[in-house]
Design a protein around this ligand. Structure first.
Ligand SMILES: [Zn+2]
Length: 397
């Protein structure tokens, strides 16, 4: 009985303590009204338009990409956002160079008297970042593990080894870890992304990088790599301040990689195990790569679309909170079942449609926030985050 009597006194206290922990931060009634105005039908409408065949998959340097940028400009204008690229423009011009590796390119790996000719798209994909129409490489191969230099994790796969002029064979993804303090545990950090591997190889002065694809580490099957590389890839046009470009960036299939390593007396799984350790040291392989990349090169102009909601506080409005989503997708490309349009409804028409609805909600606030809010629909993400890369070098706030 005593317990039962006490219970009603304790429970409400517990419940309110729990409620205080679980409740979202209090929002003012005005903000609540705005949040409640979020309308999934509007997101759906933008998504349907952007992912329609008429937009041809919003390819960078293709007609559909231009149409998508103009549509987003019109939407920002109608929402009453201020032009964000310049005083009177929403479109930030992003100068790119399109590089399309031609099928007559060659990539041959030799060891002793054994010779492995990689077949374009079936065994390898590659491009050159020097923006030249011909690039030839004849270099020794070095296995560089994950190719990571991360002082904050006390990780350095190079250990001071001079890899200049060599071609690095690397693994994608982060070294396996369950510890959130080491490469975010199960989460994928930027060190794990293929874009980082090529940047890292370029910084080390390498002549090239070959990533070995495995379905589980890349997160996608070979057909995804093949589709996105067997076509034109955009790069930010090289200029005086540009970092050194990598002469050859490549992926090979797991089976090709394994065969070549086996011929060199190495075992892929043993190398991968060694690479998972902090003590890993680059492994010189008794292999040479001869590559000749023939590329079709053309200048491309595309646009980041930028809308601004000016902050209300004169002291803080020079700072901005950025909402961003990329609007490009793969455009038109190799047909699959007779269909050559890569619509990209989820990747990333859904993201831009949500960005537009987020922007609309901000415009409904009775008072804008103290800091400015920037809405950036970025271009050329699929080719390696080129629009974001350009924006980071040319911010408007
Ligand atoms: Zn994407």
């Amino acid at each position: 009985m005593r317990n039962v009597r006490a219970f009603p006194l304790v429970l409400p206290a517990l419940l309110s303590a729990y409620a205080a922990l679980a409740a979202p931060p209090a929002v003012s009634p005005e903000v609540k009204r705005v949040l409640d105005a979020a309308d999934v039908k509007r997101i759906d409408a933008d998504l349907r338009f952007l992912a329609d065949d008429a937009l041809e998959g919003r390819g960078t340097g293709q007609k559909g990409g231009r149409l998508a940028a103009l549509y987003l400009e019109a939407r920002f204008r109608l929402l009453g956002l201020v032009p964000g690229a310049t005083k009177d423009e929403y479109l930030q011009e992003v100068p790119l160079v399109g590089v399309e590796t031609q099928p007559q390119s060659q990539l041959v790996i030799t060891t002793g008297d054994k010779k492995f000719e990689a077949r374009w798209l079936d065994d390898y994909v590659a491009n050159s970042r020097t923006e030249k129409d011909q690039e030839e490489i004849d270099a020794p191969l070095v296995f560089a593990g994950y190719g990571i230099v991360a002082p904050e994790y006390r990780w350095d796969d190079f250990k001071g080894e001079d890899v200049r002029g060599k071609v690095l064979v690397m693994l994608v993804n982060d070294p396996p870890s369950d510890d959130p303090a080491l490469f975010g545990g199960k989460a994928l950090t930027y060190y794990g992304r293929w874009t980082y591997k090529y940047e890292s190889a370029a910084r080390a002065g390498a002549a090239g990088a070959i990533l070995i694809h495995t379905d589980e580490s890349a997160g996608d099957g070979w057909n995804v790599v093949r589709n996105s590389w067997g076509r034109e890839t955009p790069f930010v046009a090289l200029g005086p301040g540009s970092p050194r470009p990598l002469p050859i960036a490549s992926w090979v299939t797991e089976s090709f990689g394994r065969a070549v390593l086996t011929a060199a007396g190495q075992d892929f799984d043993a190398l991968r195990t060694a690479a998972a350790s902090r003590d890993f040291h680059p492994v010189a392989l008794p292999l040479r790569v001869q590559a000749r990349l023939v590329s079709r090169i053309r200048p491309i102009v595309t646009w980041n679309v930028i809308g601004l909601l000016p902050g209300r506080d004169p002291k803080l409005r020079d700072q901005a909170v950025v909402y961003t989503a990329h609007y490009d997708h793969l455009g038109r490309g190799n047909p699959e079942d007779g269909d050559d349009i890569y619509n990209g409804a989820q990747d990333n028409a859904s993201g831009v449609a949500t960005l537009l609805e987020t922007a609309r909600l901000y415009t409904l606030l009775p008072n804008p926030p103290r800091r400015s809010i920037l809405f950036i629909a970025c271009a050329a993400e699929e080719g390696g985050l080129r629009g974001s890369e350009y924006y980071a070098g040319h911010p408007v706030v």
